[in-house]
Each structure stands twice: as C-alpha cells, then as structure tokens.
Design a binder for this molecule. Structure first.
Ligand SMILES: NC(=O)c1ccc[n+]([C@@H]2O[C@H](COP(=O)([O-])OP(=O)(O)OC[C@H]3O[C@@H](n4cnc5c(N)ncnc54)[C@H](O)[C@@H]3O)[C@@H](O)[C@H]2O)c1
Length: 280
C-alpha cells in the first residue's frame, strides 16, 4: 500500500472481526497509516469457547476457534510496535450491551472514536432454500446486518458530538449480484448497502461519512478453505484472473477513513478485480 505514513495520525479507529483475514489486515493498515486502533473480535486468544458455543457461532468459528489464526490481542501488540496505541478487545457484534462496554473502553482509553470499520461477518450459511434453515437466515441477518447496525448505533453519539466521523461497512459484491445458495448472506450484504446510504444521509449534517466497500473474492484464510478446483473456477470468472489480496481492500478503507475522502459518502465501492463484470 502506498498511502503516505501518518495519513491518519491522531485518529482513533475501531475494527470489528479483526482477529484474522480482512479485518486483521484492515486494522494493521490503519495502524500503519498512523491511527490508534481498537482490534475487536468475537474470538480472542485469552478466552476459549466451548465446542458447543463455537458451533453455535457457525462452521468458521468452530474451525478457527482455539487455533493460531485467532490473533486479536497479538494484532494489537503488532500495531503498538508501529508507534501508535492499540488494544485488543472481545466484541460480539450481536451483543449490544457488550458493544457498549467495548466502545466505552475505547473512548476512555483513547478519548475519541473517529473511524468505525464494520467488517465482522459470517459467510458459512450455505444451503439452497429447501435445505435452508431459519437459524441460518437469522445468523446471516443478525450478525452481518444487525451487527453492523448495532455498532453504528453505539458509536453514532460519539461521532455526532465530535461532528466528524468515518464509517466503512464491509458489504460484498454479492449484495448487488446475489449469492447462490446464500440467500441470507446476499440479503444481509444488500441490506448493508441500504443501511450505509441511509446513514450517509443522516450523517451529512455532522460531517460523518458512511460508505460500503464491496469486496470480490479475497484471499483470506476463510476463502482459502474452498477446495482448489473451486478456487480455480472462481479465478477463471474474474476479469483480472486472480483473487484479491486483503491489503487491496484495506488500502481503500484507509483512504475512505481519511480527511481526503471527505466528499465521498453513501458510496458502494466494488473492489473485485472485475469479478462483477461479464467475463468472456
Ligand atoms: N474473503 C472474501 O472473499 C470476502 C468477499 C466479500 C466480502 N467479505 C466480507 O469481509 C469480511 C471479512 O471476511 P474474511 O474473509 O476475513 O472472513 P473471516 O471469516 O475470516 O473473518 C470474519 C471475522 O469476523 C469474526 N466474527 C464472526 N462472528 C462475529 C461476531 N458475532 N462478532 C464479532 N466478530 C465476529 C470472526 O471471528 C472473524 O475474525 C466479512 O464481512 C465478509 O463477509 C469477504
């Protein structure tokens, strides 16, 4: 990423779902750009979920829980070494009380919250409608969409008081294209675009910008769980013929977080390598 160092100096950011994958890369990129960063996730190293609890949070949580891929606290330590402040905190985006506690802690420690990146999400509810369960639908909407709403609602008063804010919601290009065998995921990611545009209208009077970023297929630990044949098929359907790197999404989010992006609001920005184009 080639944005200037110190681009976000003096700003405080909170990133959800940042223990691995895209969220972790976003947190690191914000730290590199000079922001103080609260690295938050459902999973943190110091807490072990029971097998039943982990399974209740879905296949991916059950897969990654208690593995070396949980790096919430260690990512905060990595960011501190960049010379900025950082803390790792447990934050379940489906738990409004827990979010309030986490956000208060960030405010008390760092004195402000300027940037919220709603990245936490679940993408593991896959089934055609005849096999789709209500629980799958509820998890997709509850975590991906209501989780985003919960975090916006909690930071909103702080940003309004400061009369400045940047909210970046990680949607997906499938929010526009639809997602085969993922009706809840597709609906939630489309909902995030509508929520972003609605909050952009409301935030404008207080210089709070709200945008959605729509990644295509990004090479995270979770995506790479697909079998190699499926990944080859995916690559062949992308105009640039390759998966995206997490840093290629993170750099867009760093830019949207900056003062320089102050005239961009209510946008839904694809970062897809052309996965959303008609590919011959
Ligand atoms: N990787 C891709 O190709 C891709 C494409 C489009 C959109 N996205 C979106 O990007 C985001 C990150 O994707 P990823 O590939 O890094 O996935 P991932 O599954 O590796 O990361 C999701 C993170 O969210 C956390 N999380 C899950 N439930 C949570 C909850 N209730 N509260 C707080 N944290 C929770 C997980 O622990 C994990 O750290 C997701 O919103 C996903 O929908 C990813």
């Amino acid at each position: 990423m080639n944005l200037p160092d110190g681009w976000l100096s003096g700003k405080v950011a909170l990133v959800t779902g940042a223990s691995r994958g895209l969220g972790r890369e976003i947190a690191l990129a914000l730290g590199r750009a000079g922001a103080d960063v609260a690295v938050t996730d459902l999973l943190i190293e110091s807490e072990t979920l029971s097998k039943t609890d982990a399974e209740a949070h879905g296949l991916l949580t059950a897969h990654f829980s208690e593995t070396a891929s949980v790096r919430t606290l260690s990512t905060a330590e990595e960011i501190q070494k960049m010379g900025v402040r950082s803390i790792g905190i447990k934050l379940d985006v489906a738990d409004p009380d827990g979010i309030r506690t986490a956000v208060s802690e960030v405010y008390e420690r760092f004195g402000r919250i300027d940037i919220l990146v709603n990245n936490a999400g679940v993408m593991d509810n896959m089934a055609l409608m005849d096999k789709h369960t209500d629980r799958m639908w509820e998890r997709d909407i509850g975590i991906n969409l209501t989780g985003t709403y919960n975090c916006i609602k909690t930071v909103w008063p702080y940003m309004k008081k400061a009369r400045w804010g940047r909210i970046i919601n990680v949607s997906s290009f499938v929010g526009l294209s639809g997602a085969y065998a993922q009706p809840g995921y597709g609906a939630a990611k489309a909902g995030i675009i509508g929520l972003s545009r609605s909050m952009a209208l409301e935030g404008a009077r207080d210089k709070i910008t709200v945008n959605a970023v729509l990644p295509g297929f990004i090479e995270t630990e979770a995506l790479m769980l697909h079998d190699p044949g499926m990944l080859d098929r995916i690559r062949s359907r992308i105009a640039l013929k390759r998966l995206g790197k997490p840093g290629e999404v993170a750099s867009v989010i760093v830019f949207l977080s900056s003062e320089s992006a102050g005239y961009i609001t209510g946008a839904a920005i694809p970062v897809t390598g052309g996965a959303d184009l008609f590919v011959f």
